[in-house]
Design a protein. Structure first.
Length: 602
């Protein structure tokens, strides 16, 4: 699975400036904005205080080393006291800054993770994204690991950049003052270079930055690939763990092991490439780092040997050079972190942009027109044809409702079945509004009055009472009502377990899951219950019991999309028919309504 930036759909890619603008807008609208801004003010205060203390420490170098040169014990001891005060102050400031750094990163991650989760689980977006290609692969990686790395790196880089800028502004003046009057002989002439040490330091840092950028140019791409491979590995492990029972029964462990080993190979291959890239970058960063030990002394040595600098002045120049060089070399020292940050910024912003784009599907084909039914009216379908792919001419598959115009009134019992090959599940998705491609018009009652019940429902890992009242809960519901609903659907054994938290999707079999879904409908008692062949594949006894329960939903319209002889016999429903489309997009001639409401095989 390749979800590197280059492999993502072009429509969802953003320039770096657009990525920054999108994430800045998300931050400004987040719930953590005020907290982060207050932390920013506190951090700036600490950074300014730390810079001032470092400036005083650099000034301390002059009298301290001059005292050493003069062998002045009294001055030497006085300067040690000054050093102790400065060192204690800097230690306290560093501790406070570290705490503020961590809290700022925590708040940044909170804002990022909550924003991305809100955007992802907005109605219909996550499901629509699954058909968007590689951008939809492993969303858990982007929501979990990518947001963590992006939050931490954004905080650290922002603080480091501000700190380096303030250091640069503070100490470049010291270097300029030290070397402002430097004159040295060259080819029999006296050459005057104002701010000689400033220009030498800038040249040194710029040279390191340029070389680092050239050597490490592949790092952002490699980091993005690495996170994609890590996501593939975790997905393979999770899938194997979730399906370990059927894998074991099929003796499929060797096959799954090969998949997991392949995913591990993918991670290791990317780590190997990343290791080489980081190793090459280390030649630059480490080399310039070690050279910085002697570079300031070498640069300042002409001034020292000419007598224009004392030994203490030399050490002040060395200290100022190191501070300015550290500030200017911030890009070099953090190049790999910046590459990591850019990779996660791209992954998170592309993913967020793709989710937002799901609200307005690209015009790849005709789209079903949706509307709201008037108060008191029911469901109306006009010329509804659903395409299995966005481009009808290209795909040529789908399903249509034969009757053309259909009306379903409140409290009616309706069954929508079809010939073999008619994709009833696709029709259900279109009716629910999660599949937009097709032709015709659908008018539905307000969403709060309907339950769309898929064939395979979702059972959250929660207490049984939460599962039974999913998704929004039912305020004021009593244990007696919950117990009665369980007994009606034949799950009386679960009555003592209302407060148990379980993986109910693993604990219950197919019949019990269908029964729990019907119990949920009993408690919520919707005006409209639209079912996607929920009785298919369950035992006869269970079907009869659940049909008895559905019979008790007085006042509710029951719409069954599927082929159930039991539902037909019990409710004598109004019948509508579905017909598959030919490859050319036309419906089959045999799909017109027949005398018998169900095909021969049910």
């Amino acid at each position: 699975m390749n979800d590197t930036p280059d492999a993502m759909p072009q429509a969802y890619e953003l320039s770096l400036w657009s990525q920054l603008r999108m994430m800045a807008g998300a931050f400004w609208g987040s719930r953590v904005r005020t907290k982060v801004l207050l932390l920013t003010v506190a951090l700036l205060t600490i950074i300014f205080a730390t810079t001032y203390a470092q400036y005083r420490l650099n000034e301390w170098n002059g009298p301290f080393y001059d005292a050493l040169e003069r062998r002045d014990m009294a001055e030497f001891l006085d300067q040690l006291v000054v050093f102790a005060v400065l060192a204690l102050s800097l230690t306290a400031l560093n501790v406070v800054q570290m705490w503020l750094n961590q809290i700022a990163a925590l708040r940044m991650r909170e804002g990022l993770a909550r924003d991305l989760a809100d955007v992802w689980l907005s109605h219909g977006r996550a499901l629509k994204l699954t058909s968007a290609g590689a951008i939809a692969a492993n969303p858990d990686q982007r929501l979990h690991e990518d947001t963590r790395i992006l939050a931490e790196n954004t905080t650290n880089l922002a603080i480091g950049l501000v700190n380096s800028t303030i250091l640069l502004a503070s100490f470049i003046g010291v270097l300029w003052a030290i070397s402002s009057d430097f004159v040295f002989p060259l080819a029999g002439r006296m050459v005057f270079i104002p701010g000689y040490m400033v220009w030498a330091t800038v040249l040194y840092a710029v040279l390191g930055s340029v070389i680092s950028n050239v050597v490490g140019s592949r790092l952002p791409r490699l980091n993005a690939d690495r996170y994609a491979r890590e996501a593939d590995l975790r997905a393979a492990l999770v899938r194997a763990n979730e399906n370990i029972k059927p894998i074991t029964l099929a003796r499929g462990e060797p096959n799954e092991l090969a998949r997991v080993q392949g995913a591990i190979d993918g991670v290791l291959g990317m780590l190997r490439k990343l290791a080489w890239a980081l190793t090459n970058l280390t030649w630059v960063s480490s080399g310039f780092g070690w050279l910085a030990l002697v570079a300031p002394i070498i640069i300042a040595s002409p001034m020292y040997f000419s007598g224009q600098l004392s030994f203490g002045g030399l050490m002040m120049a060395v200290g100022a050079f190191n501070q300015v060089n550290q500030a200017l070399r911030w890009y070099v020292a953090n190049f790999s972190v910046i590459a990591d940050w850019r990779a996660t910024l791209a992954r998170v912003s592309f993913f967020r942009n793709a989710l937002l784009a799901m609200d307005t599907p690209r015009q790849e084909g005709e789209v079903i027109v949706r509307g709201d039914a008037a108060v008191g009216e029911g469901i109306s379908l006009a010329g509804l044809t659903v395409f299995a792919e966005p481009e009808r001419g290209k795909a040529g598959r789908g399903v249509r409702i034969v009757e053309g115009t259909c009306a379903i009134k409140p409290a009616e019992r309706v069954m929508i079945n079809g010939d073999p090959g008619a994709d009833r599940h696709l029709f259900f998705q279109a009716l629910a509004g999660i599949w937009p491609w097709g032709r015709g018009k659908v008018n539905l009652p307000v969403a709060g009055t309907m339950i769309m019940m898929p064939q395979e429902g979702y059972l959250p890992t929660a207490t049984l009472r939460e599962v039974m009242t999913y998704p929004a809960g039912l305020p004021g519901i009593t244990d007696a009502a919950l117990s009665e609903a369980l007994e009606k659907v034949g799950l009386e054994r679960l009555v003592p377990r209302l407060d148990d938290v379980e993986r109910w999707d693993r604990l219950l079999d197919k019949d019990e899951k269908a029964a729990l879904a019907i119990a949920n409908a009993v408690l919520r008692h919707p005006d409209w219950l639209i079912m996607d062949d929920v009785l298919e594949g369950i035992e006869q006894e269970s079907r009869e019991r659940l049909l008895d329960v559905l019979s008790g939903l007085e006042g509710s319209a029951l719409v069954y999309i599927g082929r159930s002889e039991e539902f037909l016999n019990r409710f004598s429903p109004k019948i509508f028919h579905l017909s598959p489309l030919h490859a050319n997009g036309e419906h089959t001639a045999s799909a017109e309504p027949q005398d018998h409401p169900l095909p021969e095989k049910v």
